[in-house]
Design a protein. Structure first.
Ligand code: 5RP
Length: 231
């Protein structure tokens, strides 16, 4: 089953949240590319006055290329809606994010949003956060070895390296490092582990997003499943 079709279906379903006059936060990643394409077409078709706020340089470039009005996030304290992708989603709408290294800015936009909507293909569904991926964490370069030592209490920590285009570690849009934490045991109360990691000095943000998402559209090749808090 093609995940690109599934991603596009999820993105299409989330378009219904877009109305005239909104400021929309945009998460990052490949599913968001579909959303931005569809959003630009909806704006054009319906002659909407919609502005966007980008969570990364990647998505800023994508939005600008599609002719969207991109606002400077420094000038905003709130957005009407944020649409975002995810690496893992559980049935309570907890998320794992950071596959694209944009987790801090994505979490800031999620917190600034009146509504936070997730779009993802069916491969992202999990029964437990951390089931398929290590936990991405953004850390300051200053004192990074000490931060990693403290994070190692929870499991093995790897500094994420670039897979191409640059040699060496991934540097985020904030000028920080990304590490991936392989938890050494399963945690049921994922929000507790989110808080404990966030409490470590040197940690900028953690890719566990517990209790933030309002609704998620999960795309399959032939349908879309809706996850919300009424289930
Ligand atoms: C970036 C993210 C992305 O939302 C996440 O990695 C999903 O990406 P994709 O839509 O490419 O699967 O958290 O930091």
């Amino acid at each position: 089953m093609g995940t690109e079709i599934a991603k596009r279906r999820a993105a299409e379903a989330a378009l219904k949240h877009v109305v005239d006059g909104q400021i929309i936060g945009l998460g990052s990643g490949t599913t968001m590319k579909h959303f931005i394409d569809l959003l630009s077409k909806k704006i054009e078709r319906k002659k909407l006055n919609v502005e966007v706020a980008a969570s990364s340089f990647q998505v800023y470039l994508e939005a600008a290329r599609k002719g969207l009005k991109v606002l400077d996030v420094y000038s905003l304290s709130e957005v009407d809606l944020t649409i975002d992708g995810a690496d893992e989603i559980d049935s309570s709408l907890n998320l794992l994010k950071g596959g694209g290294a944009a987790l801090t800015r994505e979490k800031i936009l999620a917190e600034m949003s009146k509504k936070y909507v997730i779009i993802a293909d069916y491969t992202k569904l999990v029964t437990r956060i951390g089931e398929k991926h290590p936990i991405p964490i953004e850390i300051l370069p200053f004192g990074w070895k000490g931060t990693i030592k403290r994070l190692s209490r929870f499991g093995r920590v790897e500094v994420r390296n670039c897979k191409g285009g640059k040699v060496g570690p991934v540097i985020t849009d904030n000028g920080n490092l990304i590490v991936d934490l392989h938890l050494e045991r399963e945690y049921v109360e994922i929000e507790k582990i989110e808080r404990r990691i966030k409490n470590i000095v040197g940690v900028v943000e953690v890719g566990i997003f517990s209790g933030l998402a309002d609704i998620a559209y999960i795309g399959y090749e032939d349908h879309v499943e809706i996850l919300n808090h009424n289930r």
